[in-house]
Design a binder for this molecule. Structure first.
Ligand SMILES: [Zn+2]
Ligand SMILES: [Zn+2]
Ligand SMILES: [Zn+2]
Length: 320
C-alpha cells in the first residue's frame, strides 16, 4: 500500500528543482547529513547533484518528509544561537555564585599511608609533593578522591560549574532557556516509496531524449482543441518538414482505467494531433483493449528507465 498522497509526485516533478531532488532520491543515492562551520548541518551530496543550496536542503527534505516521500530519524536537538541562528556554539563554564568565567578544576587527593585528604595545592610545598599531615614525600601513594571547581574571583568551591552558551559567530552569551533549538534529522527512503519512485517519469530526462534526436522541443504547451477546451501537454516536438507530435506524461499512482483511455482519446481527437501518452502506471485489461480499439500511441513502461528507453525508440523511428 502506497502511503504517498495520490498524484502528488506528478505535481512535484513539474518543479525543476524538486524533479532533480526526486531523481537523486529515486536513484537510491545517499542522504547523509554533514556538519561544517560554514553551513552548519546540511546534506552536501544531494546539494551538489540536485544543484540546491546548503541553506535550502534541510527545508526541501523536511517538506518531502511531510509528504511521506522521505522517512525521518531524529538524531538530536541542536542548540542554535537566538540572535544569528548559527549552530557554531561553545559551552562556557561559569561560577554558579558570581558568574565569573575564571574558574579552575581542583582535585581532592588522599595520601593513602596516613589517610590525609586535601586539595591538590595542599600537597605542593616549594615545588615538592609533600603530605601536610605526615610530612612524607608523596609519589604514587596518593589517589584522586574527588573533583571540585574553584572560582578565582569569589573563592567559592562547587562540584559542578554553571554554564552559559557562547555563539562563536556573533559573540553573544546566552542561556539554555534563551537558546533556539532545532531537531537534527537524518532522512531515508522506505522500500515502498523507492518502488514508487522507480515508476516516476522525469520530464527533463524525456526532454533531453527528444532533443538528442534532433527535434525542436517545446515544453509545457497548452493546445486549444476544436471544442475550445485547452489541453496541456508536456512536450510538442517538431521536425521540418513534418507533423508536430505531442507527448503527455501520465505520472499517476492510480491504475489506468477505461475512463482515462476515453479521456486520452477525446484529447487526441480534439487537438487533432498525434499524441504519445507515456505512463508507468498499471493498465487494466479493459483499458488496454480500448487503447488498441482507439489506436492510441501509449508508451506502457515498467518503470522510468523503461519509459526512457521506449521513448528513445519511438523518436528514433520517427527520425527514420
Ligand atoms: Zn550568534
Ligand atoms: Zn565566583
Ligand atoms: Zn601523609
Amino acid at each position: 500500500m502506497v502511503s504517498i498522497d495520490e498524484d502528488v509526485l506528478a505535481k512535484l516533478v513539474k518543479d525543476k528543482t524538486l524533479e532533480k531532488v526526486l531523481y537523486y532520491i529515486a536513484e537510491g543515492k545517499p542522504l547523509s547529513i554533514h556538519y561544517d562551520l560554514e553551513h552548519g548541518y546540511h546534506y552536501p551530496q544531494i546539494e551538489s547533484e540536485a544543484e540546491i543550496l546548503p541553506s535550502e536542503s534541510a527545508r526541501i527534505l523536511s517538506d518531502l518528509a511531510s509528504l511521506k516521500i522521505l522517512s525521518e530519524k531524529i538524531l538530536f536537538l541542536s542548540v542554535i544561537c537566538p540572535t544569528c541562528h548559527s549552530t557554531n556554539i561553545a559551552v562556557v563554564y561559569r561560577c554558579p555564585r558570581c558568574g565569573s568565567v575564571a574558574i579552575r578544576k581542583d582535585l581532592l587527593m588522599e595520601h593513602i599511608p596516613c589517610g590525609y585528604i586535601g586539595f591538590k595545592p595542599s600537597f605542593e610545598e616549594k615545588g615538592l609533593a609533600v603530605c601536610p599531615r605526615c610530612g612524607k614525600t608523596v609519589s604514587e601513594d596518593v589517589r584522586i578522591v574527588g573533583v571540585w571547581f574553584v572560582c578565582s574571583s569569589c573563592g567559592s568551591r562547587f562540584p559542578e560549574p554553571g554554564h552559559n552558551l557562547f555563539c562563536r559567530i556573533c559573540k553573544e552569551f546566552f542561556t539554555v532557556k534563551d537558546s533556539s533549538m532545532e531537531f537534527i534529522v537524518e532522512y531515508y527512503v522506505s522500500d515502498e516509496v523507492s518502488a514508487t519512485l522507480r515508476k516516476l517519469i522525469f520530464p527533463s530526462r524525456i526532454k533531453s531524449i527528444l532533443e538528442d534526436s534532433g527535434f525542436r522541443v517545446e515544453e509545457n504547451i497548452a493546445v486549444k482543441g476544436k471544442s475550445g477546451v485547452v489541453h496541456p501537454f508536456d512536450f510538442i516536438v517538431r521536425r521540418d518538414p513534418g507533423r508536430a507530435i505531442a507527448f503527455l506524461i501520465e505520472n499517476t499512482l492510480k491504475p489506468i482505467t477505461e475512463a482515462k483511455v476515453i479521456e486520452w482519446y477525446t484529447r487526441s481527437v480534439d487537438v487533432g494531433m498525434d499524441v504519445v501518452y507515456v505512463t508507468a502506471a498499471y493498465i487494466s485489461d479493459g483499458a488496454r483493449n480500448l487503447m488498441k480499439f482507439y489506436d492510441l500511441s501509449v508508451v506502457e513502461a515498467e518503470d522510468s528507465r523503461d519509459a526512457e528507453a521506449k521513448v528513445r525508440k519511438i523518436v528514433e523511428a520517427l527520425r527514420g
